[in-house]
Each structure stands twice: as structure tokens, then as C-alpha cells.
Write a protein that binds this ligand. Structure first.
Ligand code: V55
Ligand code: FE
Length: 487
């Protein structure tokens, strides 16, 4: 099998294709806390077959799910592709049948009308169920122990009528509910959105349909004790673009940003919309409200952050405008105007924000993220960069003092998105660990690092060797063993 020799398929981006089960990985430095009992699940796009069109973007690869099981001071791993409909049909054919990212017009005619989801963006456990997610399709239900695919189009017992389900659902630690939405919910490029509440038992209990001001990539959202928050940012798409063979999305700097606020117990008519001049924000760190005042914290950039979804007017990509810094967006549901106040939180440049999820939806003090520290040297034999964006540093922001703490991974490494692991038996915010995959670019190898979440600068408390290269991934989550027992 020959993958193209493009930057999307070479160097650290070479497809991996490794399905594996490895018991008791080698701890090469430090110690894995013996009381950690749970699993870190994460997913990466990893194409099964060379693309139909000669090249493809990273976002379009088949979801390869990894489970790192922590128990008794040991870590074991299992890695398996999600058996999506796309994966199964292509394996049967022995080649790619689905074409460009979210463009069904580029597919082989034998797969017309099939669900195109790749399950490559996030994996999360809720109500004892492991869901592998891609925002263009329903969840893929997987066995949290074996990573076998149970249902490639899970619709919560038929109750989910949206065609899609976000890759960034949120769990309210107070109620155990999962909050989620689908966009393009009535079909590709439609402005229809469906908001869902899924109770702690995994049943859909609420559904609210509404329309967004313009069709765009609705990648993430926020929630507070009383509100749900949807940010509309101009990474736009249309059938005209798909017919013209353009990438599904492009950045339209001529459009404003909108923020839709839905009271958690409200309906379609209760949504209030606010606006601001154009900018870029994708992932949400957290949100909280003080009465009717809603705060929403996001890494925000002045311009487009995705070179592969280029400017709709053909303007060149501007790396300096792609630098994101944590920013607080604030609105008041009782305000007379529709403005969004934007206040800088920290000066770190980066993305992939995380929190101690026990504080999701309420005011949190600490935030973690990947940081791009341009003051540090980069030294890559063979030019094996994991991406144009070299996330070489892990950072923590103290939102109360504005202070930051960082750990630099060195000149030949980049880092993948961290996940927070609460210290067993503790409830204080930030008391716990961060688990991170290190991309060792010079060696084409990977390690798993465990940090004390409040002492990043001290370096990892445990460094775990991985027996093969783990591909650059997107998102993942920690699930304590007790969360699987709930199944
Ligand atoms: C993102 C990632 C995706 C996607 C849409 O911002 C947005 C990240 C890995 O796929 O389809
Ligand atoms: Fe994401």
C-alpha cells in the first residue's frame, strides 16, 4: 500500500495502522501512582487506505482509539480502529471509497448515501458507554474494555433525530448529565442545530431545535449552571464550495462572530444572540455565569487558524494572526445591546485547553493547555515536524492571579492534548495529574508523560516508553474504573 509523499502522510504524519495490545508498559523514569485506577482514552485520525484524490487533510483520517489502562502502578495499552461504516466498506473493498473531507460529491458511487463519519475527534465515557465521535455523524459506540465497535451509528435508542453529534459533549459534574448538540443536523450545510440533554443513565431527556445565523464549523460549545453557549465563528461552508471542489470550509473574515445563549431549561424562543467583529475561536476551556452575566473562556486568534481551510477571498494564510490567546467573552442576558466584551486572560500562545472537569460549568481557577513557545529552539533531523504548529510546551494558567507555569518538552518534541486526572480521594481543584503523549519527532517515537498538574515545571512524575509511534491525535478523556462499572 502506498500513501502519498505529501506532508499529510510523511514524517510524523506517516499513517500508523497499528492495532495492538501491550501489557505493563516500561516506566523509564519516575513512578506511576499505584492508586490511579482508570483509563485514558484518546483518538487520532489514522487513514486505513491511501486517499482517493492523491492527498487528504489530517482531519479526514479514520479514528484510531487508544486506551491507556492505569492500575496498581502499571499502564497497559490497547489500540483499535473504530469500525465505522466507512472503515468497514473500505476494508471490504480493499481501498478508499470515500473522498474529500465532508464532500460526498467526491465519493465512489457505491457508497452514495452512506454515513461518512470517521470517529476521529474525541472519545468519552458517559453512563458506562464509550463513544467515539466525529461532528458530522452519530456517535460510534465502543466497548470501553476491548475497544470493539458495538454500534457504528448510535442514536441513544433511536431518540437522537439529529444527523450529527458534536465531538465535544460536556458532562455536568453536578448532575451527571451529558450536554451535546448536532449541527448540520438536518443535512450537510444546513443551519439547523439540535441541543441534547442526556441524563446520567444515558437517556436523551431534552431536545431543542434552532437555527444558527450562518452555516459554519460548530466544533465546540460551553455550558454553565444556567446556560448553554454556542459560538458561531466564520469557518463557513456551502454546497457551492463542494460542487466547485473547494475544501468544505473556508475562513470568511467578512462575517461577524455570534454567541447564542440558551437557558438550560429554555426552548427555541429563549435563545439570545450577541455579536462581535470577526475573529477565530474553536475550543472552549470552560464557562460560568454570575446571575445573568455569562463568561465564556476560549483561546482566540485574530484570524484563521486552519491553513487547510483557506480564506474565502483567496487571501494568504497569516501565521501571526493564527496565534491564539486565552480570552474571556462576557455577555449579559439582560443587556440592552448585543455586544460581546472580550478580555485577555493570559499571554500564552496555544490551543487545546483543559480543566479539572469537576469544575466544568462553574468558575474554575486553573486551566491547562498546549503552548507554542516560539522563544525555544526547534531542532528536527529530517524535518519531522508533527505539524506547522509546534506545540512544544505544556502550560497552566491561574485565572485568579493571571500567572502561568510551563514545561518545555525540548527541541525535538511536541506534545498532544493533555487530560486531567483527579487524585483519588481528593476534591480540591487541580489536585491531580495531567497525562500527555509526547511526540519524539527525531526518533519517530512516542512516550506517555504523567505530570503533577500543579507542578508542571518540575517535569513528569512518570515517563512511560511506548513500543510504537502513536500518531498525532485530537482529544481524549480520563475515565475512572468506577465509571465503567456503572455500565
Ligand atoms: C476539528 C477536527 C476535526 C473536524 C472538525 O477543530 C474540527 C478541530 C479531526 O476532525 O472534523
Ligand atoms: Fe476539538
Amino acid at each position: 500500500m502506498k500513501f502519498p509523499a505529501t506532508s499529510n502522510f510523511t514524517g510524523f504524519f506517516a499513517p500508523s495502522g497499528v492495532e495492538a495490545e501491550v501489557h505493563a508498559l516500561t516506566v523509564i523514569d519516575g513512578e506511576v501512582p499505584p492508586d490511579l485506577d482508570g483509563s485514558f482514552y484518546r483518538v487520532a485520525p489514522d487513514p486505513q487506505f491511501p486517499p482517493l484524490a492523491g492527498d487528504d487533510i489530517w482531519f479526514n483520517g479514520d479514528g484510531m482509539v487508544t486506551r491507556f489502562r492505569f492500575k496498581d502502578g502499571e499502564v497497559s495499552l490497547r489500540q483499535r480502529w473504530a469500525r465505522t461504516d466507512k472503515f468497514r466498506l473500505e476494508r471490504e473493498a480493499g481501498r478508499a471509497l470515500f473522498g474529500a473531507y465532508r464532500n460526498p460529491l467526491t465519493d465512489h458511487e457505491s457508497v452514495k448515501g452512506e454515513v461518512r463519519g470517521t470517529a476521529n475527534t474525541n472519545v468519552i465515557v458517559h453512563a458506562g458507554k464509550l463513544l467515539a465521535l466525529k461532528e458530522d455523524s452519530p456517535p460510534v459506540l465502543m466497548d470501553p474494555e476491548t475497544l470493539e465497535t458495538i454500534d457504528p451509528k448510535y442514536t441513544f435508542g433511536g431518540k437522537m433525530t439529529s444527523e450529527t453529534f458534536t465531538a465535544h459533549p460536556k458532562i455536568d459534574p453536578k448532575t451527571g448529565e451529558m450536554l451535546a448538540f448536532g449541527y448540520a443536523a438536518k443535512g450537510l450545510c444546513t443551519r439547523d442545530m439540535a441541543f441534547y440533554v442526556i441524563d446520567a443513565k444515558g437517556e436523551i431527556t431534552r431536545e431543542v431545535w434552532f437555527e444558527i445565523p450562518y452555516y459554519c464549523m460548530m466544533h465546540d460549545f460551553g455550558f454553565t449552571q444556567d446556560y448553554v453557549i454556542f459560538h458561531v465563528v466564520p469557518i463557513v461552508g456551502s454546497w457551492e464550495r463542494l460542487e466547485a471542489g473547494l475544501p468544505h470550509f473556508g475562513f470568511d473574515r467578512g462575517r461577524p462572530v455570534h454567541l447564542g445563549i440558551l437557558p438550560r431549561d429554555g426552548g427555541t424562543d429563549d435563545i439570545r444572540w450577541f455579536s462581535a467583529p470577526t475573529c477565530f475561536a474553536s475550543h472552549v476551556m470552560n464557562a460560568h455565569n454570575e446571575g445573568t452575566v455569562v463568561h465564556f473562556d476560549v483561546p482566540m486568534a485574530a484570524g484563521n487558524m486552519f491553513p487547510f481551510f483557506p480564506d474565502t477571498e483567496g487571501l494568504p494564510f497569516e501565521p501571526h494572526n493564527a496565534a491564539a490567546r486565552m480570552t474571556r467573552w462576557t455577555v449579559d442576558m439582560l443587556a440592552n445591546d448585543d455586544d460581546i466584551a472580550m478580555t485577555p486572560i493570559a499571554d500564552l500562545v496555544g490551543e487545546f485547553p483543559r480543566i479539572d472537569e469537576r469544575f466544568a460549568g462553574r468558575r474554575n481557577r486553573h486551566g491547562w493547555q498546549l503552548v507554542q513557545d516560539l522563544s525555544k529552539p526547534v531542532d528536527l533531523p529530517g524535518g519531522r515536524s508533527a505539524s506547522g504548529m509546534m506545540m512544544n510546551t505544556l502550560g497552566r494558567i491561574d485565572l485568579e492571579t493571571g500567572q502561568t507555569e510551563t514545561y518545555w518538552a525540548g527541541s525535538t518534541s511536541s506534545l498532544q492534548e493533555p487530560a486531567f486526572i483527579p487524585r483519588p480521594g481528593s476534591a480540591a481543584e487541580g489536585d491531580g495529574y495531567l497525562v500527555v503523549i509526547e511526540n519524539r519527532l527525531a526518533e519517530m517515537a512516542s512516550r506517555l508523560l504523567l505530570f503533577d498538574a500543579m507542578r508542571l515545571a518540575q517535569g513528569p512524575v512518570a515517563t512511560i516508553a511506548l513500543p510504537f509511534r502513536i500518531r498525532q491525535g485530537l482529544h481524549g478523556n480520563w475515565a475512572p474504573a468506577s465509571a465503567l462499572a456503572a455500565a
